[in-house]
Structures are given as structure tokens and as C-alpha cells.
Write a protein of this length. Structure first.
Length: 345
């Protein structure tokens, strides 16, 4: 008598080394969980609302807050401060030369003095941004009209010819941030193929390439950003690294929600409050507070200082960018070390 033939389920062949495992086929007979529908829908709606709210909302009614103005003469400084209140932050200057020097070092946004016949002479820095220049002209014009005086205006730090609207720094920072973000997105998918140190080298090397290419394009090729090429490339390299390592950190710690969180933090809030499209002095207090602390805002300030103000205040923004990149890298390394320790125990 023959023994019955027993059939066993087929065992799939093991995947080759380095080959991605075959994803499981979903059971079409089972209703998908609510989370599978809800999470992507909520993320998409939140990002859309945040993007529109930030970019359109911040431009809806910008108001000057403590715009720094150097004023020659204590009497005129007192009158300006009393007439304009919290809209300006008056810095008394010893003379017109000292006021202009403060403007050229980007310590103030305008310099005001009195000329012959009681005429007011206003000096502005167009490189500080059209929104700032327009706000200062409106404030001083309102004061002069109320006092029955005339105003002459001179732009002593004008924008370059190929950046007449003052947006090159914003687009440059946005493009480099976006490149660093996309770089990290791709690196997140390489966790099973590359060791952490190799991914670190990838992020660092490509960030340097992004910064160098962006600096060459914006500077010598397009002549829209007149900053020295080496400091500009270094600044943009730090920006790309900050965006890449921060995105990698959020994606590693938060899982599927990490990349949308990086989109919200860097590409939405960071770029909309960077102070390029709308001057930081015209942002609401909350947006102004975070502007210089996020990588895009720090980068825009560094680009502007390097391009037009001889790098007078570039140290702070560079430290901010470096802190983002280094802190994110350290936290990624710490997480990997803790996982190795847990696996060994």
C-alpha cells in the first residue's frame, strides 16, 4: 500500500545578498485599516494649510516692528522716536558719517539726518530688501508730512543690477535647502545598503557639491549674488548639510512622519520666515523669533551680509547652520550606537 503523498507549502527562495526583499502582497479581501487612509490625508492637508498660511498669511499685512534707524542729532532722534513709537528703534548718531557707517555695516536699516533749510535726508540700503526700504520710506515720509518738512532719499547700498527685486538670496537658499532635503530623502532609503558612516560621507560630500555648484551659478555665472565665491560656497555647503542631516534625523526618529515634518520645518516655516521675501523687521513677533534660528533664515542673512555688507555679521548665521548639521549628525550617531549596544546585550 502506497503512503499518501503529503503536500507542503512552497518555501520562497532566500533573497540574494543586497537584494531588497519582496514586499508582502496585501490581502485584498480584508478592509484596510483607517490609519492607512487617514495618515496621508492628514499630512497632505496640514502641509497645504501650513504652506498657504505661511507664504500668503505673512504677506497679507506686514507691519514694521522696531526697524533700526540711525538718526543724527539727539533732538531729531527724540522727535522721531516719539512720533513713530514701536515701529522704529532709533539709534542716535554723533554725525552723518557715523550714521552712514552704521548703515553700511548693516547695524541699522536706514540713516536720517537734517540738511540745509531743515530738509530731511534719508539714506537707505536697498540691499537690505525692498520691503524694508519701502517701510522706512513710508515711516519717515509720514513723519515729514506731519512736521511739514521735505525728504530726499539716497540708496547708499543698492542691489546688484541682476537682482533688482532682492529675491536672489531667497531663491538661492530655497534651492539649496530643497536639494539637501531631497538628498536626505534618498539617503533614508539606503539604510539597508550603506553603513551609517558611508551615508554620512554621502551627505557631507554631496552637500559640498551642492554648495559649490549653487555658489558658482548664482555668483560668477548669473551675477545675481555678488558675494565672494569661497565664503558663499562654504555658507551654502553648511545650509545643504543642515537641511540634509536634519531631514535624515527626523526621518530616522519619526519614521513615515519624519519627511513631512522636515518639509514643514525647513521648506515651509523656514523659507517663509527667512526674511528675504518679507524683511524680518516686518514679520509678526513669533515669525521674527524663529527666523534667524532656522537654516534658511540664517543662510539668507549670511548671503546678504557677504554680498553687500562685507560679512560684518556673518559669524552668527554660520554658527547656526553648523550647529544644525553637527547636532543632527551627533544624534544620528548616538541612535545607531544605542541600537548596537542593545543588540549586543
Amino acid at each position: 500500500m502506497k503512503s499518501p503523498i503529503t503536500s507542503f507549502p512552497a518555501v520562497p527562495a532566500p533573497a540574494e545578498v543586497g537584494e531588497a526583499p519582496t514586499p508582502p502582497v496585501p490581502d485584498t479581501r480584508r478592509r484596510p485599516p483607517v490609519r492607512a487612509w487617514l495618515q496621508p490625508a492628514v499630512i497632505a492637508l496640514v502641509l497645504a494649510a501650513a504652506f498657504i498660511g505661511c507664504y500668503i498669511g505673512l504677506q497679507r499685512d506686514p507691519q514694521p516692528h522696531h526697524v533700526p534707524i540711525a538718526v543724527t542729532g539727539q533732538e531729531l532722534a527724540d522727535r522721531m522716536s516719539g512720533a513713530l513709537g514701536d515701529s522704529v528703534d532709533v539709534h542716535p548718531a554723533a554725525d552723518a558719517t557715523a550714521a552712514r557707517r552704521a548703515l553700511e555695516r548693516h547695524e541699522v536699516s536706514a540713516a536720517l539726518g537734517e540738511g540745509p533749510g531743515g530738509r530731511l535726508h534719508l539714506e537707505v540700503a536697498g540691499a537690505a530688501g525692498p520691503s524694508t526700504t519701502s517701510a522706512v520710506k513710508s515711516l519717515v515720509g509720514a513723519y515729514a508730512e506731519g512736521a511739514g518738512r521735505q525728504v530726499t532719499t539716497q540708496d547708499v547700498v543698492p542691489l546688484t543690477h541682476y537682482d533688482s527685486r532682492g529675491l536672489a538670496g531667497f531663491y538661492l537658499a530655497f534651492g539649496v535647502t530643497l536639494a539637501g532635503f531631497v538628498l536626505a530623502q534618498n539617503a533614508l532609503g539606503l539604510a539597508g545598503l550603506l553603513h551609517l558612516r558611508h551615508r554620512f560621507w554621502l551627505l557631507s560630500a554631496v552637500s559640498a557639491a551642492i554648495g559649490t555648484v549653487a555658489a558658482i551659478l548664482a555668483g560668477p555665472v548669473l551675477s545675481a549674488v555678488p558675494a565672494p565665491i569661497v565664503p558663499l560656497a562654504f555658507t551654502l555647503t553648511l545650509l545643504a548639510a543642515a537641511a540634509a542631516f536634519a531631514t535624515k534625523l527626523l526621518g530616522t526618529y519619526l519614521g513615515p512622519v519624519g519627511v513631512p515634518a522636515a518639509t514643514l520645518l525647513l521648506l515651509t516655516v523656514g523659507n517663509s520666515t527667512s526674511g528675504a521675501a518679507i524683511s524680518a523687521d516686518l514679520l509678526p513677533p513669533a515669525a521674527h523669533a524663529v527666523s534667524a534660528l532656522l537654516p534658511p533664515g540664517a543662510a539668507v542673512r549670511a548671503i546678504t551680509d557677504l554680498s553687500y555688507f562685507h560679512g560684518a555679521h556673518v559669524t552668527g548665521p554660520l554658527v547656526t547652520l553648523a550647529a544644525w548639521a553637527v547636532t543632527a549628525a551627533l544624534l544620528l550617531g548616538l541612535r545607531s550606537r544605542l541600537h548596537q549596544t542593545a543588540a549586543a546585550s
